[in-house]
Design a binder for this molecule. Structure first.
Ligand SMILES: [Zn+2]
Length: 188
């Protein structure tokens, strides 16, 4: 089965990008996503010599879209340079669904799959964060958006951090006599 013409366009955009940017051990996969607005964003995956630093093309494409305020994903696809569609890895399924839980993922043989079908039992955000509301609250008081219980936990954590710094500083001062003239205990 063939993908639709508009999805074929997305596939070709990802394929042509990885063909152009392919570099062994650096870029093997290209991704293209279409935002709800219709805008398209493309990226290659970024491989690293230290393997765990590698970042998938999907993540970078989502970041590029988010930078333009377009992180509402309608459809996303990734391909290798031979034109094979590559299914998103588990982390990318989480990421795509986290940004757009109604996004569609293009797979081989014309399959168009809702991302949540690829990710049963996804972790859900506990609540939608209203960024503007949060920014407004931070403007008044950095802790206003916390419950009283969370606030006291945050204060306790700050105090514990400061206490640790005082202890470490006093310990360092007692081990280095030339530092005795410093004011031990000042948590700066
Ligand atoms: Zn991935």
């Amino acid at each position: 089965m063939q993908h639709s013409a508009s999805n074929q366009e997305l596939i070709e955009a990802a394929r042509s990008l990885i063909v152009a940017r392919y570099k062994p051990d650096f870029h093997h996969i290209g991704c293209a996503l279409r935002a709800r607005s219709g805008r398209m964003f493309r990226a290659v995956h970024v491989e690293a010599y230290v393997g765990r630093l590698t970042v998938c093309a999907e993540a970078i494409a989502i970041g590029m879209a988010a930078a333009e305020g377009e992180a509402d994903i309608e459809t996303i696809v990734a391909l290798d340079r031979d034109g094979n569609i590559v299914a998103p890895c588990g982390m990318c399924r989480e990421l795509i669904a986290d940004y757009s839980n109604n996004a569609s993922v293009l797979l081989a043989n014309g399959a168009v799959v809702p991302v949540l079908e690829l990710l049963p039992h996804k972790y859900e955000r506990q609540q939608e964060v209203d960024c503007q509301q949060k920014a407004d609250q931070w403007g008044d008081n950095e802790m206003d958006f916390l419950t009283p219980e969370q606030r006291s936990d945050a204060v306790a954590e700050i105090l514990a951090t400061l206490a640790l710094r005082v202890i470490n500083r006093n310990k360092a001062a007692s081990q280095n006599p030339e530092d005795q003239n410093d004011q031990p205990g000042c948590p700066t």
